[in-house]
Write a protein that binds this ligand. Structure first.
Ligand code: ATP
Ligand code: MG
Length: 575
């Protein structure tokens, strides 16, 4: 490719709209452009990166025995109504209707569609297992589209689905895909961790998220270096913390004006935070759920939802609270209204091990002290409903844990029979009995992976692409194209690289050398071959690696061969 012909409108200044590095650099390097919130065009360089990631995903999917299909993006509402997800998915789903007023959605995912696709044709155990995948735009009307390609409303996903005869088969398919995902993210050059994720109703450890480690990540993950445990914080179950036993005192109500937060309470009353108990209230499908955790802990709403059930979790309203005898800012199970179908109270296990603590009195400006939940919270359901912290022990081995941020680039999921039962999709087993498929679903965010790679690999000058997903692998840059000798040498090396199968670009623009160097760094070509004045004296050109900054001088005759060697070396190291 000739740089003079490349459609790559680079920007000189940092775009104001970009809130993370990957977004900024993709805009600056002329790879993407925004058309509306969460909707992007991919310009030639950006498109090339997407295609390279897709090619890696395809290679590994095909290698793992998955077969590529293509399902429609526009899906009929009926199948989503059959599983109940038409309503569950809520406002995140883009819905539309046709001229006959039939309802449709733009696919956010394809479990319903694929299950109805195979249900009439995949009939016998002899045809199983089956593993199908597609590479396609997905649509989610995210409440907050942001961070460029990391959370967009239209994005490329590789989604795969497996069908097995039983749970053992599903686990085998799951492991096969898990391993293929590791190969994909290795090949893309990412620093990532597969972490345990919440697998909801099916239970067990049949979901992993693949997290690219990066500060810009929206997911919190907990890891233990001692035993290798790694989980999404929502999935980790911290051990209960046992408070020091004390002589129990009588609970008493006391005035605490201007103490509506735990911090105020600690400052004003001098109570250690480990002895404070706070309340957080949710509305889950219309049911009021009051959750009690220690003052310095946070509620794990996924754990709450797993305990209570239901779909839509929103904060409770003050009216709703007061209707059940709860006073905002001063809530607790003490003096609360009666529980029933529309109101439940949960307490975290650690709370039940506090002695003589402080909690709200359900009266404005008042708390109770000397509260011992094991004695005083007689009306609560106990469970582990708090998030793990860095002060907790590893749930597996008791070692130290660390919390880090991750970008979820993929997820694998053992679904069991959830969709096959809901959609009456099954097969006849050896004995002629009809049984539902055991399914798995597996997603890779292709465009999010592109952003994650940049979050991990960049410097002040621009992007540093791993060779495997770089838009071009090498740039040949004559310092001055008007110098016929320099230009001819550069073009010769470029042609040799092309002939050797290297994705090369020839910077034939009549620009100052500084501009070309800056662009090469911004766009992030892994290898740069510079043809300067010295070629005339020494017959040598310079090869420079974007990632390490290493430079070497080689003769014109050796240049292309040496670039090929370097690229192979980098590729083999997933760099
Ligand atoms: P998140 O929790 O980040 O919203 P998710 O768990 O809802 O993601 P999945 O349904 O597991 O996403 O989709 C599979 C993959 O698709 C994700 O692992 C992620 O890489 C990608 N993905 C999901 N939502 C988006 C989005 N809004 N923009 C870009 N990629 C996305
Ligand atoms: Mg996910």
């Amino acid at each position: 490719m000739l740089a003079s012909q490349l459609y790559c409108p680079t920007l000189r200044d940092d775009p104001a709209e970009a809130d993370v590095v990957s977004h900024k650099l993709m805009l600056k390097a002329g790879m993407i452009r925004k058309s509306a919130a969460g909707l992007y065009s991919f310009l030639p360089l950006g498109r090339r990166v997407v295609l390279k990631i897709e090619a890696i995903v395809r290679r590994e999917m095909d290698g793992a025995g998955a077969q590529e299909v293509m399902m429609p993006i526009v899906q009929p509402a009926e199948i989503w109504k059959e599983t109940g997800r038409w309503d569950v998915y809520g406002p995140e789903m883009f819905k539309l209707s046709d001229r006959h007023d039939n309802e449709y959605c733009l696919g956010p995912t394809h479990e319903e569609l694929i299950t109805t696709l195979v249900r009439s044709e995949l009939r016998s155990y002899k045809q199983l297992p089956v593993n199908l995948y597609q590479m396609q735009n997905k649509y989610r009307d995210e409440i907050r589209p942001r961070f460029g390609l990391m959370r967009s409303r239209e994005f490329v996903m590789k989604d795969a689905y497996t069908f097995d005869i039983d749970k053992a088969g599903m686990i085998k398919s799951y492991e096969n895909m898990y391993n293929a995902y590791c190969r994909v993210f290795d090949a893309c050059g990412l620093d990532y961790r597969p972490v345990l994720a919440d697998s909801g109703q099916i239970g067990g450890n049949y979901s992993h998220e693949f997290m690219a480690l990066a500060e810009a990540g929206e997911a919190d993950i907990v890891t233990c270096n001692e035993c290798g445990f790694a989980a999404n914080v929502e999935k980790a179950v911290p051990k209960a913390l046992i408070g020091k036993k004390e002589e129990l005192r009588e609970a008493e109500c006391f005035a605490t004006p201007a103490c509506a937060t735990i911090q105020d309470l600690v400052e004003v009353t001098g109570t250690p935070v480990e002895k404070t108990i706070k309340a957080v209230a949710f509305d889950i499908d219309g049911k009021l759920v009051l959750v009690m955790v220690r003052g310095d802990h946070e509620v794990n709403d996924v754990a709450v939802q797993n305990l209570v059930g239901g779909n839509e979790v929103t904060p409770a309203t003050p009216e709703q609270l007061r209707a059940h005898g709860l006073e905002p800012g001063y809530m607790s199970p003490l003096n609360a209204g009666k529980q029933g179908d529309d109101f439940v109270i949960l307490a975290d296990e650690t709370v039940m091990h506090i002695y003589n603590g402080v909690t709200g009195a359900n009266k404005h400006g008042y708390h109770y002290r000397n509260v011992t939940p094991s004695r005083d919270f007689t009306n609560v359901t106990v469970g582990t409903v708090r998030l793990i912290t860095e002060h907790d022990e590893c749930p597996e081995c008791g070692g130290h844990v660390q919390l880090t941020q991750g970008i979820e680039v993929g997820q694998v999921f053992g679904l069991g029979t959830k969709y096959s039962e809901a959609l009456h999709a099954g097969f006849l087993d050896k004995d002629g009995q009809s049984r539902p498929f055991y399914m798995g679903c597996y997603g890779i965010g292709v465009t999010r992976t592109m952003a994650a790679a940049i979050e991990q690999l960049h410097d002040d000058n621009g992007i540093i692409w791993p060779v495997a997903i770089a838009p071009y692998e090498a740039v040949v840059l004559p310092v001055n194209v008007k110098d016929a000798e320099m230009a001819a040498v550069a073009e010769g090396i470029y042609k040799e690289l092309q002939a050797a199968g290297v994705d090369a670009i020839f910077d034939d623009r009549e620009e100052r050398a500084g501009v070309k160097f800056n662009d090469a760094d911004l766009i992030g070509y892994p290898v740069r071959v510079t043809v300067g004045n010295t070629v005339k004296d020494t017959g040598e050109v310079e090869i420079k690696l974007r990632r390490s900054g290493a430079e070497e001088q080689v003769t014109v005759a050796e240049a292309a061969k040496r670039v090929c060697e370097i690229l192979t070396e980098l590729r083999n190291k997933n760099m």
